[in-house]
Ligand binder design. Structure first.
Ligand SMILES: [Zn+2]
Length: 181
């Protein structure tokens, strides 16, 4: 399975019945608005793109799939930085104008393409910004706040949860047998 590099722009020609797969990675540094939310610059950070542009059986031009990234935010509870996973399900329908967007089926969000092309990076960035938490903070019980025990004792089971569960998605095999005898 070969993956061609992601195109710079979404154009009408991609929205065919057969569809066009848009899969790959984009540098997060190319997304100024999203990067401005991060507490560390993280120049190497990548955004995963798994989208498909196609025309459905009702003639609608749609962009579906998912985009994901991880970003370092500052927890508003303990003020420590933490890794926030951003996962956005994408269900967009191409429209030519805001006016046309008003008549859209509720299951799709409008993607206004008035000029015949849209920068892919901006579309992906918009979706990730929508996936940002309203309030940045560790998962429940994930804060290291020894001076605030009331915060941690309301949900004992939650404390056992690994706050970095997101890292498990990298599926690193734990086969490093290091014998420290
Ligand atoms: Zn915290």
């Amino acid at each position: 399975m070969s993956s061609s590099p992601l195109p710079e722009y979404l154009v009408h020609d991609m929205f065919t019945e057969a569809g066009t797969r848009l899969e790959g990675r984009l540098p997060r540094a190319a997304m100024a608005r999203l990067s401005a939310e991060a507490v560390v610059a993280d120049q190497a950070a990548r955004v995963r793109v798994a989208l498909r542009a196609f025309r459905d059986d009702q003639g609608r031009q749609r962009l579906s799939g998912a985009v994901s990234a991880s970003i370092t935010l500052r927890c508003q509870r303990c003020l420590q930085p933490y890794e926030q996973a951003l996962d956005a399900e994408v269900a967009l329908q191409l429209v030519a104008s805001e006016h046309e967007a008003e008549s859209l089926a509720p299951e799709f969000d409008p993607l206004v393409m008035a000029t015949g092309k849209l920068p892919l990076v901006a579309v992906v960035e918009d979706e990730l910004l929508l996936a940002m938490p309203a309030i940045a903070r560790h998962p429940e019980g994930g804060c290291a706040t020894p001076d605030n025990p009331a915060e941690a004792q309301d949900e004992p089971d939650e404390r056992a949860k690994n706050p970095f569960a997101v890292l498990e998605r990298m599926k690193c095999p734990s086969d490093t047998d290091q014998d420290d005898t």
